[in-house]
Design a protein around this ligand. Sequence first.
Ligand code: DON
Length: 577
Amino acid sequence: MKLIDKAKFSATALAVAGLFTTSAGFLESAPAYAKAPPKQQVVLDASAVAVADKYSADAAEQIFKEGGNAVDAAVAIAFTLAVTYPEAGNIGGGGFMTLYINGKPYFIDYRERAPLAATRTMYLDEQGNVIKGKSLYGADAVGVPGTVAGMWEAQHRFGKLTWKQVLAPAIKYARDGFEVDEQLAQRRENAEKDFGGKTNFDTYFGNLKQGVNFKQPDLAAVLTRIANQGAREFYNGKTADLIAASMKKDHGLITKRDLQEYKAVWRQPVQANWNGYRVITAPPPSSGGIGLVQLLKMKADRKDDFNNVALNSPQYIHLISEIEKRVFADRAQYLGDPDFYKVPVAQLTDDAYIAKRASEVNPTTPSDTKSVQPGLGTSMPEKAETTHFSVVDKWGNAVSNTYTINGYFGSGVVAEGTGIVLNDEMDDFASKPGVPNMFGVVGSDANSIEPKKRPLSSMSPTILTKDGKVSLVIGTPGGSRIFTSIFQVINNVYDFNMPLNEAVATMRFHHQLLPPNTIFWEPYKPIDGDLAKQVEAKGYTLQAQNFNGDIQAIKINGETPQPVSDPRGRGVTRVIP
Ligand code: DON
């Protein structure tokens, strides 16, 4: 029996026996998946990673040298970033992992869920208005974390090494410390202004200063327990008790039962054929995969309009914004957690439907926003963080992983006695239909708050294959900018034939229907001077934003992986022969 069949069999059999479902392996004492990865041939001349910092690159290198595969490396990276990249790396948040293993696509959804006591109106005052900041700061903002369950599922299904081996680098950095760099120290300072005595953030991170060797003994103890006892320790052991007690003290909603009932879910990734490639990307509860497919296909549908239009010229910015408008109109209306709301994935990614939407694009002037979708919008504030990493191994497997605690340092709440920074993912729900969240995007009933529901995400870990072989592994943070950023880089690589490093470094911009005809630009490569004048002359308003992604991508050229980290961040690449 092949691994995957065995995995399905064991999980299903246990589910029938009432022990656990296919997606709750961490509550069982025995792993849900047999650890016998299929024998694979070496097809690349090296393994490679593109990650958010140098410590996680070192961790990945160690894992590859110990004989691990892309999944082992990915899990080691995820736990390491929870220590060395605490503004976004996490075990107190959640995310998505897209995998391509032995020629087959997989996707694990370990997004946070709303606590059992959550209600639709929990962020509204008596007049029905959204209470500012309640879904962003403090214990009220926290969703039930999924990262540990997700990593456990992925590693137990596809890893080659032991669970303890992949946790070892993270434990070392938490116990012995790591040197804090300038960007991290700066982000802590910014976060402190936000949390300003409202949470216990300072008790744990007050000393996170540039050049300091920063140790996290509580977190080291948590990671050691997880390494020894498995993921169920986080959801049902001492760590679960500590999180629940901390929540109770802060009047948060998460209880031990919330943790015990958390499930990571294997889902079918969104897949589409585009330009001779197979695009494998995130399904709902992400909006990003559907958005990315719509963007790629609408642009292809309007290829005549793009003829001889220079990259990032005023006309290019106009055409892309017109396409983005339609994608965000769909996002606001139809997308939410598929376990609660029937998301019309097939219709939204249907070629004929996309062609019809593309035909509505006005090639010369911005179409009236109201005719596309009415609503309100706002700009993206400073507070935003997520992180992505891309991994390939020499056997041709790939992992594309994006995970998040939403804002920098999440809710600012550290679960007492654990060092775990808890997320503020509840802000990704539509607190009230039509009222924009932190990223300025609105939602409908599809994304209203319900117990155990997952908030709508934009995270889009993506893999492109050609003839069954990996061509590109890509992803980024950036909230609603995530899939428009990935789209632009894919365009730059495949439509403009740029080398990956240039494709990533080139200017990016963003439009999301709301605010009307507003194009966001980034300080890194601004829209300014004549370009700004010409874009404004077309009827757009330009607005600065502090952040337009931190792409981590790997392109396979022949048999050689070329990893690239976005120059916008402190990312690092590594090729491991
Ligand atoms: O899931 C989402 O779409 C957001 N919570 C991601 C947040 C993010 O990317 C912040 N980074 N800048």
